[in-house]
Design a protein around this ligand. Sequence first.
Ligand code: NAP
Ligand code: MG
Length: 499
Amino acid sequence: MKELTKTMGLNDCTIDFLDNPAKMLINGEWVSAQSGETFKTINPADGSFLNEIPLAGIADVNKAVNAAKKSFETVWNNTTTPADRASLLWKLADLMERDKQILMELETLDNGKPLEKARYDVDSSINHFRYYSGWATKIEGNTLPVANDSIAFTKREPLGVTGLIVPWNFPLMIASWKLAPALACGNCCVLKPAEQTSLSALYLGKLIEEAGFPDGVVNIITGPGLPTGQAISSHMNIDKISFTGSTKVGRQIMEAAARSNLKKVSLELGGKSPNIIFEDANLDHVFESIVWSSFYNTGQECTLGSRIYVQRSIYQKVVDILKTKADSLKINKGMLNPDLGPMISESQLQTVLKYIDIGINEGAELITGGKRIQGELGNGYFIEPTIFAHQNDQLQIVQEEIFGPVVVISSFDTFDEVVARANNSIYGLAAAVWTNDISKAHRFANEVQSGTVWINGYDMFDPSVPFGGFKQSGIGKEMGKSAIELYTKEKTVWIGLKD
Ligand code: NAP
Ligand code: MG
C-alpha cells in the first residue's frame, strides 16, 4: 500500500490509516467483528484494494446498541449539559478542519470523487457540525394558552438511541447531516456507513474520540445491508432510524421498524428531479449550471436534474450546448482532480449500462455518450456522460432513477403541460425552474410536487435550510430546525393550579 499510494502524493496520515486494518468504534474501543469476518473496500478508480473492514454481525450491533443506551442513560442525557454538547460538536468541527486533507483523500480514494469535490463535502460536513453546535443550547419547548386553573407546557426530549444508515454517494456529508443534529439533541448514535465507503466515517470516529465525546455516545459499525443494516432497523432498543438511500431499501427499513418496536423513521430516498428551462430564462446562467445539475458526482446524486424539459424555441440550442459541455468534461481518477471520477462499483456501472440499453431499445435518441470508458481507465468504473432525447414520459429511462451520468431531455410548449409532466413521477425530491418571469416561477413553485424547488439555480444547500422529499422520495426533513424535530420527541406537561 505504502509504495503505491506514495506515488499519488497522499498525506502520510492517510497512508498510515490505510496501512492498518480498519476497526469499528464500539463503546469507545476500536474493535474487530466478534466473528472475525471482514470485507474489502476498493478504489473505484482502478479496482485496487484499499483496506480490510470488519463485517459486523448481530452480536456487534447488540454491543453497540447496549453501549449507546448506557451512555444515553448515564452520561449524555444525564450529566452532560447542552453547553457541553455544543462545545464537543464545535471541537469536532475544528478537528475536521485540521484533518481536512486526510478526510478528502480518504473520500476520494474510497468513493472515486474528484479531490476538490471531496473538499466541498468535507466543508459542508464541518458547517453542519458548527450549525448544530449552535442548536444544542437552543432547543426549547412552549408554554400554551390554557385556562387559568392550569399550566401546560411542552419540552423537547431526545429520543434515545438513533440508528443512522448512510449511502455511498456522499459518505461523510450524509453521515454528518445525521450525526450533528442527533448529537445536538442529546441522542446517542449507532452509525453504519455503506459497505463501499466506510473509511471517512471510521476516520471521523477517531476525531470524535479525540474531541472527547464520552464512550458509547457515537458507535460506528461497518458491514453490508444484510446482516448489519437490518440488525439496526429491526433492533428493539433503537428508538429512531434515520436512513438515506434507495426507495427500495427505504421500504424495507419502514417494514423492519413496524415489525420490531415501531421506532421512529425518517427517510431520504431516491429522485428523478425535473429541471425546467423556459425560453425567457437567462441562458448564460442555465449553461453554467446545466452540466453540473446533469452529471455532478458522476450522476450519483439523489437530486440530480435527470429529467430536463426545455421550451421548444430554445430546445435545440440547449441540446447542442449540453452535448458540447458533456463531451468536454474531463473524466479521470479522482486524485487527479478531473471534472468527473468513476462510478462507485462495477455493479453500479453495469446497472447504468443496462439502462442505456433500455433507453436505446425503447427508441429514445442517444445524443451523446452511452459507453464504458476503456483503455488506460479500463480497470476503473468509468463511463461517458450520456444524454437521451425523447418525447415520451412513459419510457423507463424517464420514470426510473438511474443513478449515473445519464439525463433525458425533452421539449415542451406550455406552462401547464410542463408542470403536469414534472409531476408525472413517483418521486418528489427536488425540482428546478429557470425563468425571468417572477410570477411564472412562483406559480411553478406552488404547483410542483417536490420537497425542494430551486428557482434560477440548482443544488443550493445550506445547513439551515430543510431538505427532504415528497411522495416516494422520503419522509421527514433533515437540516435546519426541521432536523431538531426529527431527533426529539415533544412531551406535554400539565399542572393543575387548584388550591
Ligand atoms: P441503498 O442500497 O438503499 O443503501 C443505503 C444504505 O442502506 C447502505 O448503508 C446499505 O448498506 C444499507 N442497506 C441496504 N439494505 C439494507 C437493509 N435491508 N436494511 C438496512 N440497511 C440496508 O442505497 P445506495 O445504493 O447506497 O445509495 C443510492 C440511493 O440513495 C439512491 O436511490 C439515491 O437516490 C439515494 N440517496 C438519497 C439521498 C437523499 O437525500 N434523498 C441522498 C443520497 C442518496 P450496504 O450498501 O452496505 O449494503
Ligand atoms: Mg471503496
